[in-house]
Design a protein around this ligand. Structure first.
Ligand code: AP5
Length: 216
């Protein structure tokens, strides 16, 4: 049966960092809603232009647009065995839509690791984050630096700082997370799917805890 894992956590909790490692370990497709929006923006598609307006303000892209984008992505062959969802769902409406989508295939969300990190730590993480242009590999100037300054260790492409990592946008992203996304903690806890992970630990330790939660 297909396996669907939802990574939940505030902006900067380490969802992208961990999803990349977990996707390798589990061989599941890594589906990042933020990355799909940024790819569309790079390609200047209508979806990308629409998403940019919201992303630059640190707000959420409307549910209907996001839900149909993810439904299309999950229908592709590389998701036949399931997926590791990073950044989706982000509202109760998105969580209900995901449940309905998966139910159609006789499937459902298997586990929801929630990577918990306090707000003060998030700001430091996002202000020092560097992302690779080619494939969005993620680094931190202090906590996870690349071997060569400004270059991705994996594909050699240039590292850049995301437009929405400016301090004022980060504050708004954290506020939006608290209002719109944090209710999903209770939503998944009530369904017996939540596994809380201490995201303030070193990257390797967070990975080990996530692997244990997924394999349970
Ligand atoms: P998205 O790209 O999903 O951003 P996000 O959820 O805000 O998450 P981030 O990518 O900022 O952080 P992360 O948790 O992946 O942390 P990372 O691993 O990089 O979304 C962007 C925007 O798109 C949204 O604001 C919204 O507008 C839109 N959007 C996306 N999905 C949507 C949806 N479903 N509905 C509506 N709109 C949507 O780590 C952060 C930094 O910390 C890195 O530098 C990393 O090296 C470092 N780090 C990671 N782990 C550790 C550790 N354990 N110790 C020390 N440092 C660490």
């Amino acid at each position: 049966m297909a396996r669907y894992i939802v990574l939940l956590g505030p902006p900067g909790a380490g969802k992208g960092t961990q999803a990349e490692i977990l996707a390798r370990e589990t061989r599941l497709a890594h589906i990042s809603s933020g990355e799909i929006f940024r790819e569309n923006l790079k390609a200047q598609t209508e979806l990308g232009k629409l998403a940019q307006e919201y992303m630059n303000r640190g707000e959420l892209v409307p549910d209907d647009v996001t839900i149909s984008m993810i439904e299309e992505r999950l229908s592709r062959p590389d998701c036949a065995g399931g997926a590791l969802l990073d950044g989706f769902p982000r509202t109760p409406a998105q969580a209900e839509a995901l449940e309905a989508m998966l139910r159609k295939n006789g499937s459902g969300v298997q586990v929801v690791p929630y990577i918990a990190v306090p707000a003060a730590v998030l700001i430091e993480r996002l202000s020092g984050r560097w992302t690779c242009r080619a494939q969005e590999h993620v680094y931190h100037e202090k906590f996870n630096p690349p071997a060569v300054l400004g270059k991705c260790d994996i594909d050699g492409s240039e590292l850049y700082q995301r437009e929405d990592d400016k301090p004022e946008t980060v504050e708004s992203r954290i506020r939006v997370y608290m209002e719109k996304t944090s209710p999903l903690i209770a939503y998944y806890r009530e369904r017996g799917l939540l596994a809380e992970i201490d995201g303030t630990q070193p990257i390797e330790k967070v990975t080990a805890d996530l692997m244990a939660a997924i394999q349970k």
